[in-house]
Design a protein around this ligand. Structure first.
Ligand code: PNS
Length: 158
């Protein structure tokens, strides 16, 4: 039986922390669908298309990974895609509270399971929000996001 996992997120923008979790999921599951939420409530810096493109460029070498997007409930998207497993990265205990709540709610809504992958300690402090804040204030984000993402941040934030 082939097992597909769904890695959902905002990815505004994708960081090396996200890529670490996705790559490790790709080593565990037959197929991984990276699902970018449209999420207008968060007012992302990058459009949905830009976030998708940055992920595709970053993941081009992984043959069993594809990038898709959704709006609305994650469990509805998972059902449409026929996926029964979510994969989330956990950076610290502080992530766990909310992630556990979402995992339990998603399970109640549709029976979908969630599998947690502990973030590599190298990336445990890393978040898209901090990358955007540092970049917008002129700080160096080299080594935190792929070079093509760094370039887009430079274009967008100056
Ligand atoms: O990268 P993020 O912002 O931490 O990802 C959060 C995400 C996209 C996984 C979460 O906001 C989500 O699942 N949104 C879709 C709407 C939904 O299903 N909400 C109910 C969650 S229990």
């Amino acid at each position: 039986m082939s097992l597909t996992a769904l890695c959902p997120g905002t990815f505004d923008p994708v960081t090396y922390g996200h890529l670490d979790v996705i790559e490790r999921a790709a080593g565990l599951f037959d197929r991984v669908v990276v699902a970018v939420v449209e999420n207008p409530s968060k007012e992302p810096l990058f459009t949905l298309e830009e976030r998708r493109t940055m992920l595709k460029e970053s993941l081009a070498d992984l043959e069993n990974v594809e990038v898709d997007s959704f709006s609305g409930l994650l469990v509805d998207f998972a059902r449409r895609r026929g996926v029964r497993m979510l994969v989330k990265g956990l950076r610290a205990v502080s992530d766990f509270d909310y992630e556990l709540q979402m995992a339990q709610m998603n399970h109640r809504l549709s029976g979908i399971e969630t599998c947690f992958i502990p973030a590599s300690p190298t990336w445990s402090y890393l978040s898209s929000s901090l990358v955007k804040e540092v970049a917008s204030l002129g700080g160096d984000v080299e080594g935190l996001v792929p070079p093509h993402v760094q370039e887009r941040l430079r274009e967008r934030l100056g």
